[in-house]
Design a binder for this molecule. Structure first.
Ligand code: FE2
Length: 365
Protein backbone atom coordinates (compact mmCIF):
# COMPACT_ATOMS: atom_id res chain seq x y z
CA UNK A 1 0.00 0.00 0.00
CA UNK A 2 1.22 3.46 -0.86
CA UNK A 3 1.65 5.90 1.97
CA UNK A 4 -0.43 9.04 2.01
CA UNK A 5 2.61 11.32 1.85
CA UNK A 6 1.04 13.67 -0.66
CA UNK A 7 -2.18 15.08 0.80
CA UNK A 8 -4.36 16.36 -2.05
CA UNK A 9 -7.48 18.28 -1.08
CA UNK A 10 -8.97 18.15 -4.57
CA UNK A 11 -8.95 19.67 -8.04
CA UNK A 12 -8.06 23.36 -7.93
CA UNK A 13 -8.44 24.35 -11.57
CA UNK A 14 -7.65 23.29 -15.13
CA UNK A 15 -5.78 25.84 -17.23
CA UNK A 16 -6.02 25.68 -21.02
CA UNK A 17 -3.47 27.49 -23.17
CA UNK A 18 -5.38 28.60 -26.25
CA UNK A 19 -5.02 30.80 -29.32
CA UNK A 20 -7.75 33.24 -28.38
CA UNK A 21 -8.79 33.22 -24.74
CA UNK A 22 -11.44 35.88 -25.28
CA UNK A 23 -13.30 33.61 -27.70
CA UNK A 24 -12.58 30.39 -25.77
CA UNK A 25 -14.15 31.98 -22.68
CA UNK A 26 -17.25 32.78 -24.71
CA UNK A 27 -17.44 29.12 -25.85
CA UNK A 28 -17.26 27.74 -22.31
CA UNK A 29 -19.83 30.26 -21.14
CA UNK A 30 -22.34 29.91 -23.93
CA UNK A 31 -21.93 26.29 -25.08
CA UNK A 32 -21.20 24.73 -21.69
CA UNK A 33 -22.93 27.01 -19.17
CA UNK A 34 -19.89 28.30 -17.30
CA UNK A 35 -19.91 31.68 -15.58
CA UNK A 36 -17.00 34.04 -16.12
CA UNK A 37 -15.82 35.03 -12.66
CA UNK A 38 -12.35 36.55 -12.92
CA UNK A 39 -9.94 38.07 -15.39
CA UNK A 40 -6.26 38.98 -15.57
CA UNK A 41 -4.57 40.83 -18.43
CA UNK A 42 -3.10 44.18 -19.43
CA UNK A 43 -5.96 46.02 -17.67
CA UNK A 44 -5.01 44.36 -14.37
CA UNK A 45 -1.28 44.84 -14.75
CA UNK A 46 -0.44 41.50 -16.41
CA UNK A 47 1.50 42.52 -19.50
CA UNK A 48 2.11 39.32 -21.44
CA UNK A 49 -1.14 37.34 -21.38
CA UNK A 50 -4.90 37.38 -20.89
CA UNK A 51 -6.67 34.84 -18.67
CA UNK A 52 -10.37 34.26 -18.01
CA UNK A 53 -11.64 32.17 -15.09
CA UNK A 54 -14.84 30.18 -15.72
CA UNK A 55 -16.80 28.41 -13.02
CA UNK A 56 -19.70 25.98 -12.76
CA UNK A 57 -20.49 23.94 -9.65
CA UNK A 58 -17.09 23.07 -8.17
CA UNK A 59 -15.41 23.16 -11.59
CA UNK A 60 -12.94 25.93 -12.36
CA UNK A 61 -11.43 26.38 -15.83
CA UNK A 62 -8.90 29.05 -16.78
CA UNK A 63 -8.29 29.92 -20.46
CA UNK A 64 -5.13 31.86 -21.23
CA UNK A 65 -3.56 33.34 -24.37
CA UNK A 66 -0.24 35.05 -24.87
CA UNK A 67 -0.20 38.53 -26.40
CA UNK A 68 3.03 38.26 -28.37
CA UNK A 69 4.95 35.86 -30.59
CA UNK A 70 7.96 35.43 -28.32
CA UNK A 71 6.20 33.69 -25.49
CA UNK A 72 6.16 30.22 -23.96
CA UNK A 73 2.37 30.04 -24.50
CA UNK A 74 2.71 30.88 -28.20
CA UNK A 75 5.30 28.11 -28.63
CA UNK A 76 3.03 25.68 -26.76
CA UNK A 77 0.16 26.69 -29.03
CA UNK A 78 2.15 26.11 -32.22
CA UNK A 79 3.17 22.66 -31.06
CA UNK A 80 -0.01 21.41 -29.38
CA UNK A 81 -2.89 23.61 -30.53
CA UNK A 82 -5.40 24.56 -27.84
CA UNK A 83 -4.90 22.17 -24.96
CA UNK A 84 -4.57 21.62 -21.23
CA UNK A 85 -1.38 23.08 -19.79
CA UNK A 86 -2.06 22.70 -16.08
CA UNK A 87 -3.98 20.24 -13.94
CA UNK A 88 -3.78 22.26 -10.74
CA UNK A 89 -4.41 20.55 -7.41
CA UNK A 90 -5.40 22.09 -4.09
CA UNK A 91 -3.03 21.09 -1.30
CA UNK A 92 -2.75 22.03 2.37
CA UNK A 93 0.93 23.00 1.93
CA UNK A 94 2.37 23.82 -1.51
CA UNK A 95 5.96 23.88 -0.21
CA UNK A 96 5.69 20.47 1.38
CA UNK A 97 3.92 19.01 -1.69
CA UNK A 98 6.67 20.38 -3.95
CA UNK A 99 9.51 19.12 -1.75
CA UNK A 100 8.02 15.64 -1.51
CA UNK A 101 7.35 15.48 -5.25
CA UNK A 102 10.80 16.70 -6.29
CA UNK A 103 12.57 14.48 -3.76
CA UNK A 104 10.70 11.53 -5.28
CA UNK A 105 11.82 12.34 -8.81
CA UNK A 106 9.39 14.93 -10.18
CA UNK A 107 10.86 17.64 -12.41
CA UNK A 108 10.52 21.15 -10.99
CA UNK A 109 8.59 23.77 -12.96
CA UNK A 110 8.18 26.45 -10.28
CA UNK A 111 9.69 26.51 -6.82
CA UNK A 112 7.28 27.39 -4.00
CA UNK A 113 6.37 31.08 -3.87
CA UNK A 114 3.70 33.19 -2.26
CA UNK A 115 1.68 35.96 -3.85
CA UNK A 116 -0.53 38.37 -1.99
CA UNK A 117 -3.03 41.14 -2.46
CA UNK A 118 -5.78 42.70 -0.35
CA UNK A 119 -7.60 39.32 -0.25
CA UNK A 120 -4.78 37.45 1.47
CA UNK A 121 -1.86 35.21 0.66
CA UNK A 122 -1.71 32.34 -1.79
CA UNK A 123 1.07 29.78 -2.03
CA UNK A 124 1.95 27.97 -5.25
CA UNK A 125 4.52 25.62 -6.75
CA UNK A 126 4.55 23.41 -9.84
CA UNK A 127 5.99 20.16 -11.19
CA UNK A 128 6.00 18.59 -14.66
CA UNK A 129 3.98 15.55 -15.70
CA UNK A 130 3.51 13.89 -19.13
CA UNK A 131 4.27 15.88 -22.27
CA UNK A 132 4.32 19.62 -21.62
CA UNK A 133 1.58 19.28 -19.00
CA UNK A 134 2.18 20.44 -15.43
CA UNK A 135 0.63 20.12 -11.97
CA UNK A 136 0.48 23.35 -10.01
CA UNK A 137 0.04 22.91 -6.26
CA UNK A 138 -2.17 25.62 -4.79
CA UNK A 139 -2.63 26.37 -1.11
CA UNK A 140 -5.49 28.87 -0.99
CA UNK A 141 -6.37 28.40 2.71
CA UNK A 142 -5.30 32.00 3.50
CA UNK A 143 -6.80 33.56 0.37
CA UNK A 144 -10.29 34.97 -0.26
CA UNK A 145 -9.94 36.68 -3.63
CA UNK A 146 -11.73 35.91 -6.90
CA UNK A 147 -9.06 33.44 -8.09
CA UNK A 148 -5.43 34.28 -7.37
CA UNK A 149 -3.69 37.62 -6.85
CA UNK A 150 -3.56 39.58 -10.12
CA UNK A 151 -7.12 38.63 -11.10
CA UNK A 152 -10.18 40.84 -10.72
CA UNK A 153 -13.80 39.77 -10.42
CA UNK A 154 -15.89 40.09 -13.54
CA UNK A 155 -19.44 39.18 -14.41
CA UNK A 156 -20.61 37.46 -17.56
CA UNK A 157 -22.43 40.00 -19.67
CA UNK A 158 -24.05 41.32 -16.52
CA UNK A 159 -25.70 38.08 -15.41
CA UNK A 160 -24.67 34.77 -13.92
CA UNK A 161 -25.39 31.78 -16.15
CA UNK A 162 -27.72 29.21 -14.58
CA UNK A 163 -25.41 26.54 -15.98
CA UNK A 164 -26.24 23.17 -17.50
CA UNK A 165 -25.94 21.13 -14.29
CA UNK A 166 -22.23 20.32 -14.37
CA UNK A 167 -21.21 19.84 -10.75
CA UNK A 168 -17.60 18.70 -10.36
CA UNK A 169 -14.56 17.33 -12.08
CA UNK A 170 -14.74 13.52 -12.01
CA UNK A 171 -11.50 12.48 -13.69
CA UNK A 172 -8.90 13.73 -16.17
CA UNK A 173 -7.44 11.35 -18.70
CA UNK A 174 -3.94 11.50 -20.14
CA UNK A 175 -2.85 9.98 -23.44
CA UNK A 176 0.82 9.00 -23.53
CA UNK A 177 3.10 7.53 -26.18
CA UNK A 178 3.46 3.83 -26.95
CA UNK A 179 5.25 2.09 -24.09
CA UNK A 180 4.92 5.08 -21.75
CA UNK A 181 1.82 4.11 -19.74
CA UNK A 182 3.63 2.06 -17.11
CA UNK A 183 6.39 4.64 -16.53
CA UNK A 184 3.69 7.29 -15.89
CA UNK A 185 1.75 4.88 -13.67
CA UNK A 186 4.97 4.49 -11.67
CA UNK A 187 5.40 8.28 -11.60
CA UNK A 188 1.97 8.71 -9.98
CA UNK A 189 2.72 5.87 -7.56
CA UNK A 190 6.13 7.18 -6.59
CA UNK A 191 5.60 10.93 -6.63
CA UNK A 192 1.96 11.13 -5.44
CA UNK A 193 1.55 7.83 -3.58
CA UNK A 194 -1.40 7.02 -5.84
CA UNK A 195 -2.65 3.50 -6.42
CA UNK A 196 -3.80 1.72 -9.55
CA UNK A 197 -7.53 1.20 -8.99
CA UNK A 198 -8.69 -0.34 -12.25
CA UNK A 199 -11.27 -2.79 -10.90
CA UNK A 200 -11.93 -5.21 -13.69
CA UNK A 201 -11.10 -6.30 -17.19
CA UNK A 202 -7.69 -6.78 -18.65
CA UNK A 203 -5.39 -3.88 -19.35
CA UNK A 204 -6.06 -3.92 -23.04
CA UNK A 205 -9.33 -2.71 -24.50
CA UNK A 206 -9.52 -4.36 -27.87
CA UNK A 207 -11.86 -4.79 -30.77
CA UNK A 208 -10.87 -6.39 -34.01
CA UNK A 209 -9.69 -3.00 -35.31
CA UNK A 210 -8.85 -0.61 -32.46
CA UNK A 211 -6.81 -1.11 -29.34
CA UNK A 212 -5.63 0.84 -26.35
CA UNK A 213 -4.24 0.14 -22.90
CA UNK A 214 -5.51 1.98 -19.86
CA UNK A 215 -4.74 2.12 -16.14
CA UNK A 216 -6.37 4.36 -13.56
CA UNK A 217 -4.42 6.08 -10.78
CA UNK A 218 -6.24 7.43 -7.72
CA UNK A 219 -5.25 9.49 -4.71
CA UNK A 220 -5.72 7.87 -1.29
CA UNK A 221 -8.88 9.90 -0.60
CA UNK A 222 -10.26 9.06 -4.05
CA UNK A 223 -10.72 12.72 -4.95
CA UNK A 224 -8.18 12.78 -7.78
CA UNK A 225 -8.40 10.18 -10.53
CA UNK A 226 -6.05 9.98 -13.51
CA UNK A 227 -6.71 7.30 -16.11
CA UNK A 228 -3.68 6.98 -18.41
CA UNK A 229 -3.97 5.54 -21.92
CA UNK A 230 -1.41 4.34 -24.40
CA UNK A 231 -1.96 3.06 -27.93
CA UNK A 232 -1.86 -0.67 -28.60
CA UNK A 233 -1.29 -2.62 -31.76
CA UNK A 234 -4.46 -3.10 -33.82
CA UNK A 235 -5.35 -3.50 -37.46
CA UNK A 236 -5.99 0.23 -37.79
CA UNK A 237 -4.47 3.28 -36.14
CA UNK A 238 -5.36 3.47 -32.45
CA UNK A 239 -7.30 6.59 -31.46
CA UNK A 240 -4.57 7.23 -28.86
CA UNK A 241 -1.92 7.20 -31.57
CA UNK A 242 -3.96 9.72 -33.56
CA UNK A 243 -4.13 11.98 -30.50
CA UNK A 244 -0.38 11.79 -29.83
CA UNK A 245 0.35 12.56 -33.46
CA UNK A 246 -1.89 15.64 -33.60
CA UNK A 247 -1.15 16.93 -30.08
CA UNK A 248 2.57 16.62 -30.67
CA UNK A 249 3.14 14.23 -27.79
CA UNK A 250 1.44 13.19 -24.56
CA UNK A 251 -1.30 15.33 -23.07
CA UNK A 252 -4.79 15.52 -21.63
CA UNK A 253 -7.26 13.58 -23.76
CA UNK A 254 -10.53 14.22 -21.98
CA UNK A 255 -11.99 15.93 -18.96
CA UNK A 256 -14.92 14.17 -17.32
CA UNK A 257 -17.47 16.39 -15.62
CA UNK A 258 -20.08 15.03 -13.23
CA UNK A 259 -23.80 15.76 -13.44
CA UNK A 260 -26.65 14.43 -11.32
CA UNK A 261 -29.02 14.80 -14.29
CA UNK A 262 -27.13 13.76 -17.39
CA UNK A 263 -30.21 13.87 -19.62
CA UNK A 264 -30.91 17.47 -18.59
CA UNK A 265 -27.25 18.48 -18.88
CA UNK A 266 -26.78 16.93 -22.31
CA UNK A 267 -30.07 18.37 -23.60
CA UNK A 268 -29.02 21.84 -22.46
CA UNK A 269 -25.55 21.54 -24.01
CA UNK A 270 -27.03 20.33 -27.31
CA UNK A 271 -29.47 23.21 -27.31
CA UNK A 272 -26.47 25.54 -26.90
CA UNK A 273 -24.77 23.94 -29.87
CA UNK A 274 -22.34 21.50 -28.22
CA UNK A 275 -21.73 18.43 -30.40
CA UNK A 276 -21.64 14.89 -28.98
CA UNK A 277 -20.59 11.56 -30.44
CA UNK A 278 -23.44 9.57 -31.93
CA UNK A 279 -24.21 6.11 -30.68
CA UNK A 280 -25.50 3.52 -33.14
CA UNK A 281 -28.97 2.12 -32.40
CA UNK A 282 -27.47 -1.36 -32.26
CA UNK A 283 -25.68 -0.34 -29.04
CA UNK A 284 -29.06 -0.12 -27.32
CA UNK A 285 -30.10 -3.61 -28.42
CA UNK A 286 -27.39 -5.01 -26.18
CA UNK A 287 -27.07 -2.41 -23.42
CA UNK A 288 -30.04 -3.70 -21.31
CA UNK A 289 -28.63 -7.26 -21.57
CA UNK A 290 -25.14 -6.18 -20.57
CA UNK A 291 -26.08 -3.71 -17.83
CA UNK A 292 -29.50 -4.90 -16.57
CA UNK A 293 -32.06 -2.88 -14.71
CA UNK A 294 -31.42 0.83 -14.12
CA UNK A 295 -33.60 3.69 -12.88
CA UNK A 296 -33.56 5.42 -16.26
CA UNK A 297 -35.55 4.52 -19.34
CA UNK A 298 -33.25 3.01 -21.99
CA UNK A 299 -35.36 4.68 -24.69
CA UNK A 300 -34.56 8.11 -23.22
CA UNK A 301 -30.84 7.26 -23.05
CA UNK A 302 -30.97 6.13 -26.67
CA UNK A 303 -32.70 9.32 -27.71
CA UNK A 304 -29.77 11.30 -26.23
CA UNK A 305 -26.99 8.85 -27.25
CA UNK A 306 -26.08 8.33 -23.59
CA UNK A 307 -23.98 5.26 -22.79
CA UNK A 308 -24.38 3.00 -19.77
CA UNK A 309 -21.99 0.66 -17.96
CA UNK A 310 -21.98 -1.38 -14.77
CA UNK A 311 -19.27 -2.52 -12.36
CA UNK A 312 -19.28 -4.33 -9.00
CA UNK A 313 -20.42 -1.19 -7.16
CA UNK A 314 -23.20 0.11 -9.38
CA UNK A 315 -23.75 1.68 -12.77
CA UNK A 316 -22.88 4.88 -14.57
CA UNK A 317 -24.21 6.93 -17.46
CA UNK A 318 -21.79 8.76 -19.71
CA UNK A 319 -21.47 10.54 -23.05
CA UNK A 320 -18.51 11.95 -24.95
CA UNK A 321 -18.43 15.24 -26.84
CA UNK A 322 -16.77 15.78 -30.15
CA UNK A 323 -13.34 17.35 -29.86
CA UNK A 324 -13.38 20.95 -28.65
CA UNK A 325 -10.90 22.26 -31.24
CA UNK A 326 -9.96 21.42 -34.82
CA UNK A 327 -7.11 19.11 -33.90
CA UNK A 328 -8.51 15.67 -32.90
CA UNK A 329 -7.26 16.10 -29.34
CA UNK A 330 -9.13 17.31 -26.23
CA UNK A 331 -12.78 16.46 -25.65
CA UNK A 332 -15.17 16.28 -22.71
CA UNK A 333 -17.22 13.59 -21.02
CA UNK A 334 -20.39 14.08 -19.00
CA UNK A 335 -20.81 11.36 -16.37
CA UNK A 336 -23.54 10.49 -13.88
CA UNK A 337 -22.53 7.88 -11.33
CA UNK A 338 -24.96 5.56 -9.55
CA UNK A 339 -22.47 3.80 -7.30
CA UNK A 340 -20.10 2.74 -10.08
CA UNK A 341 -16.49 3.69 -9.39
CA UNK A 342 -14.97 2.73 -12.74
CA UNK A 343 -14.85 4.67 -16.01
CA UNK A 344 -17.10 2.95 -18.54
CA UNK A 345 -14.53 0.44 -19.78
CA UNK A 346 -17.42 -1.79 -20.88
CA UNK A 347 -18.45 0.93 -23.27
CA UNK A 348 -15.16 1.16 -25.12
CA UNK A 349 -15.56 -2.34 -26.41
CA UNK A 350 -19.34 -2.23 -26.79
CA UNK A 351 -19.25 1.11 -28.54
CA UNK A 352 -16.40 0.30 -30.90
CA UNK A 353 -17.93 -3.04 -31.77
CA UNK A 354 -21.31 -1.44 -32.35
CA UNK A 355 -19.66 1.04 -34.71
CA UNK A 356 -17.92 -1.79 -36.54
CA UNK A 357 -21.21 -3.68 -36.93
CA UNK A 358 -22.71 -0.60 -38.53
CA UNK A 359 -19.72 -0.46 -40.87
CA UNK A 360 -20.22 -4.13 -41.71
CA UNK A 361 -23.90 -3.52 -42.53
CA UNK A 362 -22.83 -0.88 -45.00
CA UNK A 363 -20.31 -3.26 -46.51
CA UNK A 364 -17.42 -1.07 -45.41
CA UNK A 365 -15.63 -3.28 -42.92
FE1 FE2 B 1 -13.56 9.14 -18.95
Amino acid sequence: MAEDFMPLDGWDHVEFWVGNAKQAAYFYEHAMGFTRTAYAGPETGVRDRASYVLEQGDIRFVVTSALREEHEITKHLAKHGDGVRDIALTVPDATQAYREAVSRGARSVAEPYTVEDEFGTLERSAIATYGDTIHTFVNRSAYNGPFVPGYVSVSSNGHRDAGVGLLALDHMVGNVELGRMNPWVEFYETVFGMTNILHFGDDQIQTEYSALMSKVMSSGNGKIKFPINEPAEGKRKSQIEEYVEFYGGAGVQHIALASSDIVGTVSAMKERGFLFLDTPDSYYDEAPVRVGEIAEDYAVLQQHNILVDRDDDGYLLQIFTKTAQDRPTVFFEVIERHGATTFGEGNFKALFEAIEREQALRGNL
